[in-house]
Design a protein around this ligand. Sequence first.
Ligand code: 4AD
Ligand code: MG
Length: 431
Amino acid sequence: MKKITIAEMAEYTGQTIKLGAWIANKRSSGKIAFLQLRDGSGFVQGVVVKAEVGDDIFAAAKALTQETSLYVTGEVKEDDRSAFGYELQVTGIEVIHEAKDFPITPKEHGTEFLMDNRHLWLRSRKQHAIMKIRNEIIRSTYEFFNDNGFVKVDPPILTGSAPEGTSELFATKYFEEDAFLSQSGQLYMEAAAMALGKVFSFGPTFRAEKSKTRRHLIEFWMIEPEMAFVEHAESIEVQEQFVSHLVQSVLKNCQLDLDRLGRDTSKLEKIKAPFPRITYDEAIEWLNDNGFDDIKWGEDFGAPHETAIAEHYDMPVFIINYPIGIKPFYMQPHPERDDVVLCADLIAPEGYGEIIGGSERIYDYELMKQRIKEHNLDESAYEWYLDLSKYGAVPHSGFGLGLERTVAWISGAEHVRESIPFPRLLNRLYP
Ligand code: 4AD
Ligand code: MG
């Protein structure tokens, strides 16, 4: 008998097969038992009918506890009542390991309890669906950049510099001076773009954030493309094409997962490039006219501001040209204004906040040197980086997309902690 996975069942309609599975849940009466089986590839209902399997197998099925592992044999049947479309008419059961008192039961549990049991919580339907969507976003990211002539480059994790400011660094002792866990691979990606033209990275980044919000992790994954000879307006076009591709790929390949999460997909179907663009100046004016008198020109947006702007457009929206004072040292000044820079944040709809930060980069040697000084950065740590504006400097732009915020938005998860397998948060290092 062939051993298959739940995901492969459709190809075996009418045949008797064997599955390795766990019991996600179970319901039974005197004559029939319904086993909710999961095997990692999916979830399916196994139906055990006493009159067909006999007393012994039926008694074994009725005794199965949540998360017990087993081999099940049975016939694959079409079932149009379930979203999956198939069920298993069980003929045999072979218990591998009996699980007693699995801590996460079908009843409601508190968040801290679930987070303490994250290693087990991952097995639940909703978490399974979010991980599948995360995987599809990862897959379609590689697809997008490979199809568009980008080369994947891996920047280091241990670094000596701090591209996004020095307040949120993880320092580690080993080298003579402090080393920092990378908060962004950008500076290395700029060097790589001068060698390979269009490059992207995809790796873990670290921010010793003190914020405890639904959008902040201290370890998160970022995709950082960098493009030589590309100006900021062109970079924004790549960003909207990329984000549209992610959303459309999830819609196409993760229907069951979105369905299981109860995601309103009509909101996602609309997500197609181009996205609206507003300037920072316009955003401040709009906020001030719409009940937010607390924010003044020159200040950064808080979550409520971003949410209000995003709700107004009901689409991802680019806020462009932020004040120079609230952005990192490397951003190219606006050609006609010295108070704003050529940058954009992409704000996701439905309150998920900023998912992309990007800009054109300074490529004038003297200006870069001056900015490093103004930001009180240790010039010796940036000597190599300054070489990029010394030898064949060119206009170039890039951006960083936060994976977990994007996963949270597309899957409709409440909090970024559910969009990464093992979240690292303020005060959380386990499991
Ligand atoms: O806006 P950020 O800080 O930009 C950079 O790091 C640039 N160097 C990127 C570049 O141009 N190459 O971060 C980029 C994105 C944010 O828009 C957000 O999606 C995500 O990274 N992000 C976080 N996600 C989860 N938790 C945090 N603490 C995050 N900080 C940033
Ligand atoms: Mg940012």
